[in-house]
Structure formats: C-alpha cells, structure tokens
Design a protein. Structure first.
Length: 77
C-alpha cells in the first residue's frame, strides 16, 4: 500500500506510515477470495477517485494490483 501512494506523501518518510492501512483489510479479503488483478485494480481506482478524490491512474493501479496479488499470494503459500 505504501508503494501505491496515490496522493504522493511518501508514507513512512514524509507522511504517516499508516496513511493507507485502513484500505488493507478489504484488499486482503478480496485477494483471499480469489479476486482477479482487474477487480483489484478497479477497487484501487475507486479508492483513489471516489474516496481520496484524486485523478484516476489506471496504469499505476494495475501495476500495484499485480504487486499486491503477488505479495499476498506468496505469503499464503
């Protein structure tokens, strides 16, 4: 979540380390239920645009969705 950083505050460096942590439980739940990269990317976009209120960045959300899926699924093995 810290690498995603849609508002550019550098969590843990210039901003609070837990800035995006509130979004993590639902994301982990989505991955545990077998969501696709596209579904996770769409969810990140909803958070970015509707909750945080910044412009969409589809490519970045897709990149981070892939990283999240890989990281969580590797830990589950």
């Amino acid at each position: 979540m810290r690498r995603w950083d849609p508002i550019g505050i550098a969590p843990g460096e210039a901003g609070p380390a837990d800035e995006y942590d509130s979004y993590a439980p639902h994301i982990v739940s989505m991955v545990a239920k077998g969501c696709s990269m596209e579904a996770l990317s769409d969810h990140l976009e909803v958070i970015r645009v509707e909750r945080i209120g910044v412009e969409a960045n589809r490519d970045r959300d897709r990149e981070i969705a892939g990283e999240i899926l890989e990281a969580i699924r590797q830990k589950a093995v």
